[in-house]
Design a protein. Structure first.
Length: 189
């Protein structure tokens, strides 16, 4: 019987399979490395895109913050101008107050009353004088209440003087009234 050595053929086949296996492992490793690299590049691109969007949003937020600060400055300026306008309006309104006040005092004083002093403290007017009778003082208070620039009269003192001091007007009185323009009266109501 002849001896056939099949070992080198099997050995060659085993080496071929081993070489194919190693090439397959290397190919799979290269393919896996490529996939990991591509996945990494894709994720980096997604992250870079999101960072670009975030940076854009941050820039827009900063721009909006600047605009909000400008709006707040404008609102403060507007409030300042409105308060100045209100002060000017009040000054303009009060500019003629004394003229109206003296005119109202002259128009409201009935016959039989003599005023001796008129004092103003803020919006309060203190009027002192003498009268022929208590009813004249009452009439005077009604006229003050009906006046446009005077309102809310309050009698503080009414007393009888000695007849020898002022026989025609024996009653001395003091009353207080509030000063205000018709507009201020409407706002108070």
């Amino acid at each position: 019987m002849a001896r056939i050595n099949l070992l080198p053929w099997r050995e060659a086949q085993r080496q071929e399979r081993q070489r194919n296996f190693i090439m397959l492992v290397v190919a799979v490793a290269v393919l896996a490395g490529g996939l990991v690299f591509l996945a990494n590049q894709g994720m980096n691109a997604i992250i870079a895109g999101q960072e670009a969007r975030n940076n854009f949003l941050r820039g827009e937020i900063r721009a909006l913050d600047r605009e909000i600060a400008e709006i707040q400055d404008l609102e403060r300026t507007r409030d300042n101008l409105v308060s100045r306008k209100n002060v000017i309006e009040r000054l303009q309104e009060n500019r003629s107050l004394m003229v109206h006040l003296f005119n109202q005092i002259a128009q409201t004083v009935p016959e039989g009353i003599t005023l001796s002093s008129v004092r103003q403290a803020g919006t309060e007017l203190t009027i002192t004088g003498t009268a022929e009778s208590e009813s004249r003082v009452s009439n005077y208070m009604v006229r003050i209440d009906a006046a446009t620039w005077l309102h809310s009269p309050q009698l503080r003192i009414i007393q009888v003087q000695a007849r020898e001091q002022n026989p025609e007007q024996p009653f001395r009185f003091e009353l207080r009234a509030q000063i205000g323009s018709p507009r201020q009266l409407e706002e108070a109501l």
